[in-house]
Write a new protein. Structure first.
Length: 223
């Protein structure tokens, strides 16, 4: 009797999850066609989380944050956007942040410390000299140099290096059905806010802080 009740409870849970998943997919597909989707598409550790979560609250269309974008992406939602916008030439808005490369690489080095070294940072007890050696000799420092070529230009045909990037720190590019806003993560939030509002033609937008490096366990060493 008890096992029967448990099994019935599990079945109801599975049915509920299945219905919610179907509803989410239907909502995604419908919203994809009603408003141009927006992807926050950039290399890691450029402070995109705050902008993504803030835009997700107010943008009328689909909003996704991703480091990858392809027809066979592991994320079904990315595959759907690729098919709809790239293969069927529908409008797509893209925001990509950039960051001073040494600071960006340092941040990524500490973020992925356990993955790249096999030990947790809190258990490493490495000297500053050894950390510096690991970073200089083992980290792939070319990521910021190659990312736009291997991702933005290949996917959308937009060459952000075709002209000098403006000193004020942001620029909007348009090519075919794609619109791309590139902006520096070091910019003041008010500048970012107005640049994004103008790019997306929205009247209200506030950036809420997320994923701050000072809250990480490696903050003291990184700082």
């Amino acid at each position: 009797m008890f096992n029967s009740i448990i099994n019935e409870s599990r079945l109801k849970k599975y049915i509920k999850c299945g219905i919610e998943h179907l509803q989410n997919n239907l909502y995604f597909d419908e919203n994809l066609k009603q408003n141009p989707p927006l992807i926050i598409y950039q290399m890691g550790k450029v402070a995109s989380q705050s902008i993504f979560y803030s835009l997700k609250q107010i943008y009328p269309g689909v909003v996704l944050n991703t480091h990858t974008f392809s027809y066979d992406d592991k994320d079904l939602r990315i595959r759907k956007i690729y098919e709809y916008c790239v293969l069927n030439s529908q409008p797509l808005n893209i925001i990509s942040l950039i960051r001073e490369p040494i600071g960006r690489n340092l941040s990524a080095f500490f973020q992925n410390f356990e993955r790249d070294t096999g030990i947790q940072y809190r258990n490493s007890n490495l000297s500053m000299d050894k950390l510096r050696e690991l970073f200089i000799e083992n980290y792939n420092h070319d990521i910021p140099l190659k990312w736009f070529e291997e991702n933005i230009r290949i996917n959308f045909g937009i060459d952000v290096f075709s002209d000098n990037f403006p000193e004020f720190g942001f620029f909007a590019y348009t090519k075919r059905n794609y619109r791309l806003l590139v902006l520096r993560s070091e910019l003041d939030d008010e500048v970012k806010r107005f640049a994004i509002m103008d790019f997306l033609d929205i009247t209200e937008f506030t950036i809420d802080k997320r994923n701050i490096s000072s809250s990480k366990e490696y903050a003291e060493t990184y700082g």
